[in-house]
Design a protein around this ligand. Structure first.
Ligand code: ZN
Ligand code: ZN
Ligand code: FE
Length: 729
C-alpha cells in the first residue's frame, strides 16, 4: 500500500487533465483526489504499489493531447483512509498557469462531423477537450467559457450535459457547441443557395476569390489549380511575386504537388498544422504559386477547412490583409476592406479575440526550423533555468514580436508583423496587454533595440519602467545562445539585412565574440554603399551598380541618365551597410540584371533557388581595420562578372565563396574554438546554414542554430530578454 502526492506542472488545466486522472485512478483501483492549484494540478493516489507505478507511467504516456507536462514531482505520504477517487473543486482565485494554443480537429471530432447520423454532421465548429480553438478565443483568465468569445453562445441542453459529464469527451470543453446552440456560418455573395458552405464551394469552383474566416484570422482563398483565379488574386491583392501557401485536402493530395519526407509529413499532420516549405516535384512547376523551388503546404486545421477541402482539394490560402497591416479578424472590417478583392465571403459569428497568423517552418536535419511561429504554437512558452521574472522585451521592427518573463517561463508573442503601420502597432499593444493579463505579469524592466526610430523603441520609451537598449546583432546572438542554454563566451555568425551597430552604421554580416553582458565585433564585410538609403533595398540595381563600381567594372543597370544621377547621389546621399542581405541583393542584381525586388528578401531567395551544383568558388580577400577583419567582396564580384560559366553555376560559386569566407573568418577569429551560434534572417537560406554548419562540424567546432524561435527578427525579443535577465544577476 502506497499514498503518493503528485504535483504536475505545465499545460494541465482546461485540457481535460482532471477527468483523465479520474479515469486512470479508477482503472488502476486507486483512491484519493485531485485538484487544480496555482502551479498546475495536485493528485493524491493510494493503492497497492504495482498499481501506483502503472498509474505514474500512464500519467506520462497517455496524457491528453493538448496537455504538456513540464514538471512532475512525486512524494510519498502517510496512508490515509479514502473511500473513492474524487475531483475536488479548485480554490477561488486559482488560475491556470499556461494556455493551450489552437489545435486542429481530433480524429474523434472529424469522425463525428463526417457521420450523417451524428448530431454534429457537417457542423463546422465541432470541437472537444482534445481539440479546437483556445488562444484565439480567450479574453481573460481563468479559462472558462464566460471568459472566451464563446460566451456569446448559450449551451443547449445536450451540449450542457456533455459539458458537465466527467465521462464525456466534452467535459469542460469551453468552446463546446452544436448546430442548435453554437456559432453559424455567414455567406455574403451572389449565390442563392440556403447552404452557406455550398455557396462558397460553388464560388471557389467557378474560380472566384472567397474570403474565409478561420481560427486566427481571415484568409483569401481560391482554387490553386485555376491559374486564372490565382493570377486574379495576385493582381487584386497587389502581391505580384511573394509565394502563396497551398492548403491541400490531405497528405496524398499534397504529395502530388511536392516531395514530402517523413519528418515533413509528421509536421504537416501535427496538431499545430504549420505551413511546411516542401520541395516542388518539378522546380519550374506552379510558378504562379511560388517562383521558388519550394511550395508552402498545409493541411486543413479547422472543421470548416475540412468541409471546404473535401470538395475543393487544393486551395490558395493567403492571409487577408492590406499592405503591411495585420491579418483581418473582424467581419465588418473584412466586408469593407476586402470588397475589391474578394468576390464573396464565408464568415462566421464567433469572434476572433487574439489574432494569429499561420506558422511557417521548413525541416532542416529532420528538425523544425521556424520562419514564423504563430498559430498552433502561440502563446509560445520557453522554459528556462534562468530567472526572467518581470522582464519585457519589445523586439525589433520588421518582424515585430515581444517576450515577457515570469519566474522561469518566457512567453513569446505570436508573429506581429512589420511595425510600420498604426494598425500593426495597435495589434502589438493589444497582444501585449492580453499577455500581461493572461499570464498575470507586470513588467518591471524592459529591453528594446538600440535603433532610435524603431516603433518598438519609441514604445519602450513611453513605458514607466527602466529600459535597456540592446544592440540588434547582440540580441540575435543572445537569442540563439539562450535557446541552447549557453552561458558564453560564444562566437556569433550573425547575418541579416539591417541592424544598428556600435559605430552607428548599418550592420548585418557580423562576426561577434561575447556573452550576455557584452560583445566585440571581430569580423564583417566591406561596407556596401546604399544609394538613397532605404530605396536601395527595393531598387536592388543600385546595389548591383555600387558593387560593380567598387570592383572597377562598368556595368549597365539603368538607362544612362539615371545611372549617372545615381552615381552622383552615391556621393551625396548614401549610407554604408555591412549587410549580408544587401550583398545577396547585389549579387542577384549583377547576375540577372534585375533592378527591383518586389519584397525584402526576394532576391536572396531567388539566388538560392537558381543555383546548379558546383564545388568551385571565387577568390577570397580580407583586410583589417581597427581590429575588425573585413571580407573584401570586390575580387568575387569582379571574377563573377568576368566568368563565362552559366548563370546558375555562377550563383552557386558566389554562395560557395560566402560559405568559405565564413569558414576562413572562423579559422582566424575563433582560435579558441568557442561554441558558434548562427543567427539572423540570412540563415533562412538553407545553403548558407547547412553549408557553414557542415564544414565547421567537420573541423570539430560546436555549432548551434535556432530550434525554438525564428532566426530572423522575430527571434530578437527572446535575445533581448536573455540579455536583460543575465545582466541583472
Ligand atoms: Zn475533438
Ligand atoms: Zn448545443
Ligand atoms: Fe535582424
Amino acid at each position: 500500500m502506497k499514498h503518493l502526492k503528485i504535483q504536475v506542472q505545465g499545460i494541465v488545466q482546461g485540457v481535460g487533465f482532471r477527468p483523465f486522472v479520474h479515469r486512470l485512478a479508477l482503472q488502476n483501483n486507486l483512491k484519493g483526489y485531485t485538484y487544480n492549484d496555482a502551479q498546475g494540478i495536485i493528485i493524491h493516489i493510494q493503492g497497492n504499489s504495482k498499481d501506483t507505478d502503472i498509474f505514474l507511467e500512464q500519467l506520462k504516456s497517455q496524457a491528453p493531447v493538448l496537455s504538456k507536462i513540464e514538471n512532475l514531482e512525486v512524494k510519498e505520504c502517510p496512508i490515509e483512509s479514502f473511500n473513492d477517487f474524487q475531483i475536488k473543486e479548485s480554490q477561488n482565485g486559482i488560475h491556470q498557469t499556461l494556455i493551450s494554443p489552437d489545435i486542429a480537429p481530433c480524429e474523434d471530432c472529424i469522425h463525428e462531423m463526417l457521420d450523417p447520423n451524428n448530431r454534429r454532421y457537417h457542423y463546422p465548429f465541432i470541437n472537444c477537450t482534445n481539440c479546437g480553438p483556445r488562444y484565439s478565443i480567450i479574453q481573460d483568465i481563468p479559462y472558462d467559457r464566460k471568459n472566451t468569445t464563446m460566451s456569446d453562445f448559450k449551451l443547449c441542453s445536450q451540449c450542457d450535459k456533455e459539458y458537465h459529464d466527467i465521462q464525456d469527451r466534452r467535459y469542460h470543453a469551453q468552446p463546446n457547441a452544436c448546430k442548435e446552440c453554437g456559432p453559424k456560418l455567414i455567406y455574403v455573395g451572389n449565390k442563392q443557395d440556403e447552404d452557406e458552405l455550398e455557396n462558397a464551394i460553388n464560388d471557389l469552383k467557378e474560380g472566384k476569390i472567397v474570403a474565409i474566416k478561420g481560427i486566427g484570422g481571415i484568409h483569401l482563398a481560391c482554387d490553386a489549380n485555376n491559374k486564372q483565379a490565382v493570377l486574379r488574386l495576385r493582381k487584386r491583392k497587389q502581391r505580384e511575386a511573394k509565394p502563396f501557401a497551398i492548403m491541400a485536402k490531405d497528405i496524398q493530395t499534397a504529395k502530388e504537388l511536392v516531395d514530402i519526407s517523413s519528418v515533413e509529413e509528421s509536421f504537416l499532420i501535427s496538431k499545430e498544422r504549420p505551413i511546411v516549405l516542401c520541395k516542388k516535384k518539378a522546380p519550374n512547376s506552379y510558378i504562379e504559386l511560388s517562383e521558388n523551388k519550394e511550395l508552402g503546404i498545409f493541411l486543413p486545421y479547422s472543421p470548416l477547412h475540412i468541409l471546404l477541402l473535401e470538395r475543393c482539394p487544393v486551395l490558395v490560402m493567403t492571409s487577408a490583409n492590406l499592405s503591411d497591416t495585420p491579418v483581418l479578424i473582424d467581419n465588418e472590417e473584412a466586408l469593407i476592406k476586402l470588397k475589391d478583392i474578394a468576390d464573396s465571403f464565408l464568415l462566421h459569428d464567433r469572434k476572433i479575440e487574439n489574432r494569429c497568423d499561420d506558422s511557417l517552418i521548413r525541416i532542416v536535419n529532420d528538425k523544425p526550423y521556424f520562419i514564423r511561429k504563430s498559430r498552433g504554437y502561440a502563446p509560445i512558452v520557453i522554459h528556462t533555468p534562468f530567472d526572467v521574472d518581470g522582464l519585457l522585451a519589445l523586439g525589433a521592427h520588421q518582424k515585430g514580436s515581444f517576450a515577457l518573463g515570469k519566474n522561469h517561463h518566457v512567453f513569446i508573442s505570436p508573429y506581429i508583423g512589420n511595425m510600420e503601420t498604426i494598425e500593426t502597432m495597435e495589434h502589438f499593444t493589444k497582444a501585449l496587454d492580453t499577455y500581461k493579463r493572461l499570464f498575470e505579469i507586470t513588467p518591471r524592466q524592459a529591453g528594446c533595440d538600440q535603433h532610435p526610430d524603431y516603433a518598438s523603441t519609441l514604445y519602450a520609451q513611453s513605458l514607466d519602467i527602466p529600459i535597456t537598449k540592446i544592440y540588434h546583432h547582440h540580441a540575435h546572438m543572445a537569442s540563439c545562445m539562450f535557446e541552447h542554454e549557453l552561458s558564453g563566451p560564444c562566437f556569433g555568425i550573425i547575418w541579416d539585412g539591417t541592424g544598428l551597430g556600435k559605430d552607428q552604421t548599418i550592420w548585418g554580416a557580423e562576426f561577434l565574440i561575447g556573452d550576455y553582458q557584452d560583445f566585440v565585433r571581430v569580423g564583417s564585410i566591406k561596407p556596401i554603399d546604399l544609394i538613397g538609403n532605404e530605396q536601395a533595398i527595393h531598387e536592388i540595381g543600385r546595389i548591383g551598380l555600387v558593387m560593380s563600381m567598387d570592383a572597377n567594372i562598368e556595368q549597365t543597370f539603368f538607362e544612362p541618365t539615371k545611372q549617372e544621377i545615381l552615381k552622383k547621389i552615391r556621393i551625396q546621399n548614401s549610407i554604408p551597410a555591412t549587410s549580408m542581405g544587401r550583398l545577396f541583393d547585389g549579387l542577384y542584381s549583377i547576375l540577372t540584371k534585375k533592378i527591383t525586388q518586389d519584397y525584402d528578401g526576394q532576391a536572396p531567395m531567388l539566388l538560392e533557388s537558381m543555383v546548379q551544383p558546383t564545388d568551385k568558388r571565387y577568390s577570397l580577400k580580407f583586410y583589417e581595420k581597427e581590429h575588425v577583419r573585413y571580407f573584401d567582396w570586390t575580387p568575387m564580384v569582379k571574377e563573377m562578372i568576368q566568368d563565362t560559366d552559366d548563370i546558375h553555376i555562377k550563383a552557386q560559386k558566389a554562395i560557395n565563396t560566402i560559405i568559405d569566407m565564413a569558414i576562413e573568418q572562423v579559422h582566424t577569429l575563433n582560435k579558441e574554438y568557442l561554441p558558434i551560434v548562427l543567427s539572423g534572417g540570412c540563415f533562412q537560406n538553407l545553403q548558407l546554414l547547412q553549408g557553414i554548419y557542415k564544414k565547421l562540424i567537420k573541423e570539430n567546432y560546436t555549432v548551434y542554430w535556432h530550434e525554438k524561435v525564428s532566426c530572423n527578427d522575430e527571434g530578437i525579443a527572446l535575445g533581448q530578454l536573455a540579455i536583460l535577465s543575465q545582466r541583472r544577476k
